[in-house]
Write a protein that binds this ligand. Structure first.
Ligand code: NDP
Length: 590
C-alpha cells in the first residue's frame, strides 16, 4: 500500500488558518497524522492545533496570493463573505478560539488603517465568550503585551497577521452548555442535594452521643418536632439581618473585584474585620446582660434546621433570578439545562440587589462570623456542663485557632475576590448551603465535640500544636497574599524577584516563590492548620477528625477542578507550569 504524499514536512514554517476565521498566522508543522490526515501545527504563542491540509498554505504561495488579492479587492468586499467555522479540530489549546484570535491579532502592531479596521471588526463581534478573552487581558494591559484597545496607526513594522478575508466564526453564546459538569454531573447533583444536609444532621446527632464511634452508626433519629423551633429561626434571621446591617454601613474600603467577562469590575465593601469586631462587642454585651449563649449548644439541631431552610429559600430565589439574568452576568458553569444540576451548581456569577452582593456577603459574613459565635457558645457550654471556671486548653486552642482563621480571612477580605468561588462559580445551592449551613454547623464540630468529650492536654502538647498551627498559618497567609498581590498588580516592584510564565491570555503565572514550591501552597498551609485543629480533640474518636478528612477530599477535588480550569484558560503555558512545578499540594508526595 502506498502512503499518500505529505505536502508539508515536520519543521516547515507555513501559514495556518485560524479556525472559523479567514486569518492566517505563521505556524510551524509539528506532525502529520496519516489516519486523520491532520497536521499538528504550533502558533507563535504556543497554541497547538490540528489543521486540515486545505487550511495550510506555503509561505511563498500565501504571500503571492495575498498581494494579488489586496490589489484586487476592497476591504468592504472582503468582509462580506462568510466561511464555515468547523473546518479544523482543536487539540491542546485550552483557550477559546476568540481568545487566541484576539491575542494573536493584538500581539502584532497594525501597520495600516486596514489592520485597525480588522481589529475593530473583531472587537465589534466579541460575544460573551470573546469578551472573556478581552477581560482576561485587562490586568496586564499596562505591560503592553496584549492590547485589545484601538491603537494609533503607527505605520511601522510588518504585521504577523496576514489578512485575506475578514470573517470571524459565530462563537457559542454563554448560555450554551459548554463546560463539563462538576460534582458527578446531574446524578451527582441529586446525590449531593440529599447527602450534604444528611451529613450535617449526622454529625450533629453523632456529636451529642456519649460514644460517637462509628459502631454507633446510624445515630438514633429524634422525633420530627425536635428539628423545629420557631425561636431558633428568629435567632438565625436576626443574626443574618445584623450582619446585613454591618455590611451595608458605609464603613471600610470599597475594593474592586477582578474584571468580569464584560470588562466591568464590581465594587465590594470589604469591611469584614469591622463586622466581626462589632459582632464580638455585641456578643460580649449580650453575655454581660445575662443572655445565655449556651442556648446555641442546646438548640444546635434546631438552629441548623432553621439555617438550612433559609439556604434552600435563598437557592430557589437565586435559581429563578439566574433564569432572567443577562448572559454576561452568568458563570460558565451551571448551564446544563437540568434544573436540579443548575439549582445545585448556581448560574449567576454575582447576583446583586442594587450594590448588595449576595455571594460575597454569604461567603464572608453570617456563616464565617457565626462559626466563631458558635465556637464561643460551645466554650461557655463546656464550662457549664463540666463545671469549669475556664474553658479547657483543648477548647481554647480550637477557639483561638479558628478565630484566627476567620479574623485573618476578614482582615484580608479583599483576597477572596481572586478566589475560584468569587471569580468562577455561580451562586446556587452549593455555595449558599456551604456558606450558611456547612461552615458554621460542621466546622464547629471540634468545639461541639469537646463540650461533652473532654480531652486534657499537657503543656508540651499545647506548645507542639501551637507550633504546627503557626507553620500552617504562615504558609497559608504568605502564599495567598503573594498570589493576590500578583494578580492585583503584576508589575508590583515587591514581586519583581519572582519568575513568571507568560500566557496567551495576557496574564502570567508565578513559577517561583510559594507558587514555585507546589501548585497550591495555600492548600498545603490550610491542611497543616486543619491538622492542628483536630489534634486538641485527641484520638478517641474519628468524629472530630472529620474536618481534616473532609478537607483533604475537598482540596484534592478543588485542586483538580482548578487544574482543569487553568488548563482550559492557559493551555500550553499551564503545561509548562506543571512541568516546572511538579507537585500539586505536598512537595515530593502529591
Ligand atoms: P486559589 O486561591 O488557589 O485560586 C486558584 C486560582 O489561582 C487559579 O484558578 C488561578 O486563577 C490562580 N493561579 C493558580 N496558579 C497560579 C500561579 N502559579 N500564579 C498565579 N496565579 C495562579 O484557590 P481557592 O479559591 O480554592 O482557595 C483560596 C483559599 O481558600 C485557599 O487558601 C484555600 O485553602 C482556602 N479554602 C478554604 C476552604 C475552607 O472551607 N476552609 C474552602 C476552599 C478554599 P487565575 O489565573 O484566573 O487568577
Amino acid at each position: 500500500m502506498t502512503m499518500p504524499p505529505v505536502k508539508y514536512q515536520k519543521g516547515d514554517t507555513v501559514m495556518g488558518r485560524w479556525p472559523g476565521s479567514s486569518l492566517y498566522y505563521e505556524v510551524k508543522v509539528l506532525d502529520f497524522d496519516v489516519k486523520s490526515k491532520l497536521y499538528t501545527v504550533i502558533y507563535k504563542d504556543g497554541t497547538e492545533l490540528e489543521l486540515k491540509e486545505q487550511d495550510i498554505r506555503s509561505l511563498s504561495g500565501f504571500q503571492t496570493r495575498s498581494r494579488s488579492r489586496s490589489r484586487s479587492q476592497s476591504p468592504g468586499r472582503r468582509r462580506s463573505r462568510s466561511r464555515s467555522p468547523a473546518r479544523t479540530t482543536r487539540r491542546s489549546s485550552s483557550r477559546t478560539a476568540a481568545a487566541v484570535a484576539a491575542a494573536a491579532i493584538t500581539d502584532s502592531a497594525p501597520s495600516s488603517r486596514k489592520d485597525i479596521k480588522l481589529k475593530d471588526t473583531l472587537e465589534v463581534r466579541l460575544s460573551p465568550l470573546n469578551i472573556e478573552a478581552k477581560a482576561d487581558t485587562e490586568p496586564e494591559k499596562n505591560q503592553g503585551r496584549y492590547n485589545l484597545r484601538r491603537r494609533k496607526d503607527d505605520g511601522e513594522g510588518k504585521p504577523e497577521v496576514q489578512e485575506e478575508e475578514v470573517k470571524v466564526a459565530a462563537p457559542a453564546p454563554a448560555a450554551t452548555p459548554s463546560t463539563p459538569l462538576d460534582f458527578g454531573g446531574k446524578i451527582g447533583a441529586y446525590f449531593w442535594l440529599l447527602f450534604l444536609p444528611a451529613w450535617v444532621l449526622f454529625v450533629i446527632l453523632q456529636g451529642n452521643l456519649e460514644d460517637p464511634s462509628l459502631a454507633n452508626f446510624p445515630p438514633p433519629l429524634p422525633p420530627l418536632e425536635a428539628f423545629w423551633d420557631p425561636q431558633a429561626l428568629v435567632f438565625v434571621i436576626l443574626w443574618i439581618l445584623f450582619q446585613v446591617l454591618l455590611y451595608v454601613l458605609p464603613v471600610g474600603k470599597l475594593s474592586e473585584g477582578m474584571p468580569l467577562r464584560s470588562g466591568e469590575r464590581l465594587k465590594y465593601r470589604t469591611n469584614g474585620f469591622f463586622a466581626i469586631a462589632v459582632s464580638a462587642l455585641a456578643v460580649a454585651a449580650a453575655v454581660h446582660q445575662g443572655v445565655d449563649l449556651t442556648y446555641v449548644h442546646s438548640r444546635f439541631l434546631q438552629l441548623a434546621t432553621a439555617t438550612f431552610i433559609i439556604s434552600v429559600l435563598l437557592s430557589i430565589y437565586l435559581y429563578i433570578r439566574s433564569r432572567y439574568a443577562a448572559p454576561e452576568q452568568l458563570a460558565l458553569g451551571g448551564n446544563s439545562g437540568n434544573v436540579v444540576y443548575d439549582f445545585f451548581k448556581g448560574h449567576e456569577l454575582n447576583p446583586r440587589i442594587k450594590s448588595f452582593d449576595l455571594k460575597f456577603f454569604c461567603e464572608m459574613r453570617p456563616g464565617l462570623i457565626g462559626w466563631c459565635l458558635i465556637n464561643f457558645a460551645m466554650a461557655l457550654a463546656e464550662m457549664k456542663q463540666q463545671g469549669l471556671d475556664a474553658p479547657s486548653y483543648s477548647m481554647i486552642l480550637v477557639n483561638l485557632f479558628q478565630l484566627l482563621y476567620v479574623v485573618d480571612g476578614l482582615w484580608n477580605e479583599e483576597a477572596i475576590l481572586t478566589t475560584m468561588d468569587l471569580m468562577h462559580d455561580g451562586f446556587g445551592f452549593m455555595l449558599a448551603f456551604g456558606d450558611l449551613v456547612w461552615v458554621p454547623f460542621t466546622y464547629t464540630l471540634q468545639a461541639y465535640y469537646l463540650v461533652s468529650h473532654p480531652n486534657p492536654l499537657s503543656l508540651p502538647a499545647v506548645a507542639a500544636i501551637l507550633l504546627l498551627k503557626f507553620v500552617g498559618f504562615y504558609i497559608f497567609r504568605k502564599s495567598n497574599s503573594e498570589k493576590n498581590a500578583f494578580r492585583r498588580n503584576p508589575s508590583d516592584p515587591k514581586l519583581s524577584h519572582l519568575k513568571t510564565i507568560p500566557t496567551a491570555t495576557g496574564k502570567s503565572l508565578l513559577v517561583s516563590g510559594w507558587w514555585g514550591v507546589v501548585r497550591h501552597p495555600n492548600y498545603l498551609g490550610d491542611l497543616i492548620m486543619a491538622l492542628a485543629w483536630s489534634l486538641p480533640c485527641g484520638f478517641s474518636h474519628l468524629l472530630p477528625w472529620y474536618y481534616m478528612i473532609y478537607f483533604v477530599i475537598l482540596l484534592v477535588h478543588r485542586d483538580s477542578r482548578d487544574m482543569s480550569e487553568c488548563r482550559r484558560k492557559y493551555g500550553s503555558a499551564w503545561d509548562e507550569y506543571c512541568r516546572t512545578v511538579r507537585y500539586r499540594i505536598i512537595p515530593r508526595v502529591y
